[in-house]
Design a protein around this ligand. Structure first.
Ligand SMILES: Cc1cc2nc3c(=O)[nH]c(=O)nc-3n(C[C@H](O)[C@H](O)[C@H](O)COP(=O)(O)OP(=O)(O)OC[C@H]3O[C@@H](n4cnc5c(N)ncnc54)[C@H](O)[C@@H]3O)c2cc1C
Length: 351
């Protein structure tokens, strides 16, 4: 007789990988199914963990709790996967006018922003940034190398023989009250972590996803010597071997007709990069993916309203790197220890 797993997880992006990580830590058996979809967000993201975002310099939701939890989780994963994944990097943000500078100064004297206000200068960057109005420094920010994390988790799950690399076929799922069957697999629950592909999931596509396409360039910039991330219209994020992540564009569903990279967006990114720095660079790669963004910008956690053997962990939106560890662990507490889900993330909020 075939083994009954505690959980089948569909999707081995950031959400599925971290959920599997926490469930396994609690001694549960998991089995993952993933088809390495070309538009998967985790394979394209920079993994910026940014405490202060947007035009109005607003502190990210629950950041004081999310950051230490994320740091501890990624550092534990680094040890297990024997790979460097979590990098503490300050952000230098270019301010374009008087109003922005005033808004920034107003934020920088607020008590609950103190931990995140960093040094505004960076000698290594100053010589290559285009003329600018002023600079703002952000600290206690970080970068998680999400594409490497996904690749290493993939290898890890394959070695444990708990990853099936194929497209999940919803028509073959048989649902019972206390278990599900899928082909040769049986589990107590199936948890869907499909990112933007959840739009094709017949059980959860009623949730209000508002997907946003993003394109990025990977470029080589030999004269960029800083370890910091620079936000100058676009983000410039250090990778390895003089390469940098440049991005990203943002397009709502009504405005894109393909999930692939486009010439128009490449031009847009190149224009922005030229406006940001005045040293030579060479394009290495141009990539696109779709973010699993949602209407109220809060993750989707919970059980299907009718079939309690179906669950979802999704909606990580534009901030998966900081959100995923905390909420994956929270979901485990709900699934295993029957703790209540916080109302703000529970999909019951849409019932
Ligand atoms: C351009 C861009 C830049 C970004 N930058 C940042 C950033 O700097 N910082 C940050 O925190 N976040 C960033 N994000 C957001 C971040 O990438 C996401 O929040 C996060 O990666 C989502 O992870 P996920 O696992 O939910 O989805 P995904 O990464 O999309 O993973 C879903 C997985 O499910 C699989 N799957 C789906 N359907 C099926 C099926 N039927 N059968 C089998 N497998 C299936 C797919 O193959 C995929 O591997 C960015 C996103 C984009 C697109």
């Amino acid at each position: 007789m075939s083994k009954v797993h505690n959980y089948i997880i569909v999707g081995q992006g950031l959400a599925g990988s971290l959920l599997a990580w926490f469930l396994q830590k609690e001694g549960k058996s998991v089995y993952l199914i993933d088809n390495q979809h070309h538009g998967a967000a985790s394979a394209v993201a920079a993994g910026i963990v940014n405490p202060i975002t947007g035009r109005r310099f607003v502190k990210s939701w629950r950041f004081d709790e999310l950051l230490p939890f994320a740091k501890q989780t990624y550092q534990e994963i680094e040890k297990e996967l024997r790979s460097s994944l979590f990098f503490e990097r300050d952000i230098i943000r270019v301010l374009f006018n008087n109003k922005e500078e005033n808004d920034w100064l107003a934020r920088s004297i607020q008590k609950d922003y103190q931990n995140y206000i960093g040094k505004a200068e960076d000698i290594d960057l100053e010589s290559i940034i285009q003329p600018h109005f002023a600079l703002a420094g952000i600290q206690n920010s970080a970068q998680v190398d999400l594409p490497t994390l996904i690749q290493h988790f993939q290898k890890y799950f394959l070695e444990k023989e708990i990853l099936l690399q194929e497209k999940f076929d919803y028509a073959q799922l048989k649902i019972e009250d206390k278990q599900v069957h899928y082909k040769h697999l049986t589990a107590q629950k199936i948890i869907f972590c499909e990112g933007q592909q959840a739009q094709h999931n017949p059980y959860f596509n009623y949730l209000p996803f508002v997907l946003a396409k993003g394109e990025v360039l990977i470029v080589k910039i030999p004269d960029y010597h800083s370890e910091k991330m620079l936000k100058h219209g676009v983000f410039i994020v250090p990778l390895q071997d003089e390469t940098y992540w440049i991005g990203a564009t943002n397009e709502w569903p009504a405005y894109y007709t393909t999930e692939s990279p486009t010439v128009a967006n490449k031009t847009k990114l190149l224009d922005k990069l030229n406006q940001a720095i005045h040293c030579p660079f060479e394009i290495v790669e141009h990539k696109a993916a779709v973010r699993p963004t949602v209407k109220d910008r809060r993750p989707f956690l919970g059980l299907h309203p009718k079939w309690k053997s179906l669950a979802i962990f999704n909606g990580l939106g534009t901030k998966g790197a900081s959100l995923a560890p905390f909420w994956a662990s929270h979901f485990c507490d709900f699934l295993i220890h029957q703790k209540d889900l916080e109302k703000e993330v529970d999909i019951n909020r849409f019932n």
